[in-house]
Design a protein around this ligand. Structure first.
Ligand code: SAM
Length: 248
């Protein structure tokens, strides 16, 4: 999705875009932000959208940069936080230099590394890592490839239990075969990058960050299926939540 696509989504963002912080039932994001919070330091919300995590950052840090490619999303975020004086709004395309904001001690980046296009995605990853001050932390949340495949398996299991013959079960993965080797899965026809835990460790290490913790941010099956059967329990679908420190 490009700038215009995100601008178009902005008015319906809460209905259209999965709300990661609201579905973080164990409070892992808040826990990590609280652990790393410092009232003398600055933080950045990269790809902040309509600002779901801005209040959390703004009460934990001296200054917060809210960065997004979509001016429509930024204007909703600004409107929602008009009483919060320590947020700076930055309209920037993270896949292009210059950034337009300084590196900070904490960078929170929730579901922004989604681009299907490899060169755009790599530029986005580079800029994200450069946005973390040396010694500072990146809190990164991305879709998990294993979770998408588990969802596919659950759907298959469900249909088989309901009596669908093996040859007739549906795929929940749109256009299988068109990018799966790159971790690209189409969601509502949008090619969306999904990651392996090991892939994230390599991508971050190559850019001077070391992974300190990897959490599974787990969600209920209701986030994947409209009416999941009651027998469908653990293991649940998840996003990867990586805590990494910039060491060089
Ligand atoms: C899935 S939304 C997540 C928004 C927010 N982090 C949240 O959790 O609600 C992805 C966000 O990344 C932004 N984005 C996508 N590509 C970007 C880019 N190249 N530079 C800056 N922001 C980008 C979009 O505008 C969108 O707001």
């Amino acid at each position: 999705m490009d700038e215009h696509d995100w601008d178009r989504v902005a008015p319906a963002f809460e209905e259209e875009i999965f709300n990661v912080p609201a579905n973080d039932t164990k409070g892992l994001i808040k826990m990590e932000v609280d652990r790393l919070s410092d009232a003398d330091q600055c933080a950045t919300d990269l790809g902040c959208g309509v600002g779901r995590t801005l209040a959390l950052l703004a009460r934990s840090f001296r200054l917060v940069y809210a960065v997004d490619i979509s001016s429509e999303c930024l204007s909703i975020a600004r409107q929602r936080h008009k009483d919060q004086p320590n947020i700076r709004y930055v309209h920037a395309d993270l896949s292009r230099a210059p950034r337009g904001f300084p590196a900070t001690e904490l960078v929170l980046c929730i579901n922004t590394w989604l681009h299907g296009d490899l060169s755009t995605r790599l530029a986005l990853i580079d800029q994200t890592c450069r946005s973390v001050k040396r010694g500072g932390h990146l809190l990164l949340i991305v879709p998990a490839l294993g979770s998408a495949l588990l969802t596919h398996f659950r759907r298959l299991q469900w249909e088989l239990r309901d009596g669908t013959p093996p040859g007739q079960v549906h795929s929940v993965i749109e256009d299988p075969g068109s990018g799966i080797e790159h971790g690209i899965i189409h969601i509502d026809s949008v090619p969306t990058k999904h990651y392996l835990k090991e892939e994230l460790e390599i991508l971050l290490a190559d850019r001077g960050l070391t992974v300190e913790a990897t959490h599974k941010l787990e969600y209920g099956w209701g986030t994947e299926f409209a009416a999941p059967p009651s027998w469908m329990k653990r293991p649940f679908p998840w996003d990867w939540f990586v805590v990494a420190r910039r060491v060089r």
